[in-house]
Design a protein around this ligand. Structure first.
Ligand code: F3S
Length: 62
C-alpha cells in the first residue's frame, strides 16, 4: 500500500505525524514533507487512521 499526500491540500495540521511519526514526516511548520509513503502491511491500520485524521483529506491510500 502507498499513502499519497497532496502537498497542495496539506495545511500543516500535523495530525498524520501525531498518529505515526515514523510514517509521516513533517517540517518545522507542521507541513507534510513527503508526497508518497510506502506502507507495510503491519502499518496499514495506522495509515487508515492517519488518512481519517487529516482535516483537509490530503491523504489517500492506494
Ligand atoms: Fe497535512 Fe493533513 Fe498531515 S493537513 S500535516 S497531511 S494531517
Amino acid at each position: 500500500m502507498k499513502a499519497r499526500i497532496d502537498l497542495n491540500l496539506c495545511s500543516g495540521h500535523a495530525r498524520c505525524y501525531q498518529v505515526d511519526p515514523d510514517l509521516f514526516d513533517i517540517d518545522d511548520s507542521g507541513y507534510a514533507l513527503n508526497s508518497e509513503v510506502d506502507i507495510d502491511s503491519a502499518d496499514e491500520d495506522k495509515a487508515h487512521e492517519a488518512a481519517a485524521s487529516c482535516p483537509e483529506r490530503a491523504i489517500t491510500l492506494h
